[in-house]
Design a protein around this ligand. Structure first.
Ligand code: APR
Ligand code: PHB
Length: 396
């Protein structure tokens, strides 16, 4: 049966119902700026994604100000340091060196749950499993967003469109190709991630540089461990049964910890390539890009989610400024402002990735430089402070 046409009107259409889109909607809704979220997947699918777990100080403050940070404070765990190990040396990075700030370990899944709950309470319109989104008249004061659900074809008339649809999203495609720059760097390795029902091996995160490859021991709570292993680029998850993963983790983590590693059954396992992408500009006419739709980077520095949130801080403030004052001056500067922090963050993620991951040549010049830099970092307070400041997140 041909679906009935359905004409809707709102101020801001948000394409993508992941952390970026949900947080933008929550902040706008709190300020009575009407918005509608269009998400291509089901809510369950979005809520079952296993992603990031380290929340920067600034992200924690933003979530609290947005009315969705209480569970993070009560159930998340505050971390004021982490370990780095290499060869037979291990040392701690004290995050309090960064003006007393900390980070929180709290799964992105939980943040998404908190945001959906808040948006349900406010009655914000979220369309799930939408298809065939198109953005029209983006150069006018009245853009139109068309989309379909299984029942109907909709047309939304709006003031602005926020592309929060992630690295595989379509919103960036509505910026003319000649206006768009797409800068990409691919790393010669992948991360294998495992989530297991087991007690974490240590109360803080352990970043292990090892000649066999990088390993990271993280967690979600005291009964849920999250581990990562550097693998070659041609690796497939089918070649990594749980036993092989545990065996490799024991070889790469410092022996004082790996000897008491608790091997639980994997709840989730995945392999993802490491790459950096920055899309410029992050705005064109009345379309704004935020989060993974505009940038991705290696997860080494735990920055993907946090950088998405700083984009949303800038974009939401600019939109609210417009609706309060009628001025578009901060909106016009969004891309420039956001990209400044994006490039700083992509650079930090690149630096931390190169510091900790091992290339094939065991005795290469690069390996010697890497070991010397780690040795220097272990004794140099200024270097530790610089790392701590980047890790907790620079001010917005
Ligand atoms: N139409 C509608 N929704 C779409 C479309 C589309 N064409 N394409 C993608 N989406 C949805 C995805 O299903 C996803 O739910 O957009 C959402 C984008 O969410 P994320 O990819 O999580 O990106 P973002 O919200 O920016 O969050 C960034 O999430 O994935 C992690 O590593 C990432 O930690 C980072 C954070
Ligand atoms: C995680 O727990 O998923 C995590 C923690 C720290 C990182 C990357 C991922 O640097």
């Amino acid at each position: 049966m041909k679906p009935k046409n359905n004409k809707l009107k709102t101020k801001v259409v948000i394409i993508g119902g992941g952390p970026s889109g949900l947080l933008l909607s929550q902040i706008l809704t709190k300020e009575n700026v009407e918005n509608i979220i269009l998400e291509s997947r089901s809510r369950d699918y979005v809520l079952n994604r296993i992603r990031a777990g380290v929340i920067e100080h600034g992200s924690m403050e933003l979530l609290l100000e947005s009315g969705v940070g209480n569970r993070l404070l009560s159930e998340g765990s505050k971390h004021s340091g982490f370990l780095i190990s290499s060869e037979n040396n291990e040392f701690r990075i004290d995050l309090n060196l960064a003006s007393g700030k900390s980070v929180y370990v709290y799964g992105q899944t939980e943040i998404t749950l908190d945001l959906y709950k808040a948006l349900d309470q406010s009655g914000t319109e979220i369309f799930h499993e939408v298809k065939n989104i198109s953005i029209n008249d983006i150069r006018t004061k009245n853009p139109q967003v068309n989309f379909e659900t299984s029942e109907k074809v909709y047309q939304i008339s709006c003031d602005y469109v926020a592309g929060c649809d992630g690295s595989k999203g379509i919103s960036k495609n509505f910026i003319p190709k000649e206006k768009l720059s797409f800068q990409e760097k691919n790393y010669p390795y992948k991360w294998l991630g495992i989530l297991s029902k087991s007690k974490p091996v240590h109360k803080e995160l352990i970043y292990a540089n090892h000649e066999r490859g990088f390993a990271l021991a993280s967690m979600r709570n005291e009964n849920l461990s999250r581990y990562y292993l550097q693998t070659n680029n041609n690796e497939d998850i089918s070649a990594w049964p749980d036993e092989r993963i545990w065996d490799e983790l024991k070889k790469r983590l410092p022996s004082k910890f790996s000897s008491n590693i608790q091997m639980g059954n994997s709840v989730e396992k995945s392999i993802t390539p490491l790459r950096s992408i920055v899309v410029e500009p992050m705005q064109w006419e009345r379309l704004f890009l935020a989060g993974d739709a505009a940038h991705i980077m290696p997860p080494t520095g735990a920055k993907g989610l946090n950088l998405a949130f700083s984009d949303i801080y800038y974009l939401s403030n600019s939109l609210i400024d417009f609706y309060r004052t009628g001025s578009t001056s901060t909106l016009e500067k969004y891309s420039e402002r956001a990209l400044s922090r994006v490039w700083q963050t992509v650079r930090f993620s690149h630096w931390m990735t190169n510091l900790l991951h091992t290339t094939d040549e065991k005795k290469s010049v690069e390996r010697q430089f890497q070991l010397l830099e780690l040795q220097e970092l272990s004794i140099n307070l200024a270097a530790k402070k610089a790392l701590a400041e980047s890790y907790v997140g620079t001010p917005y």
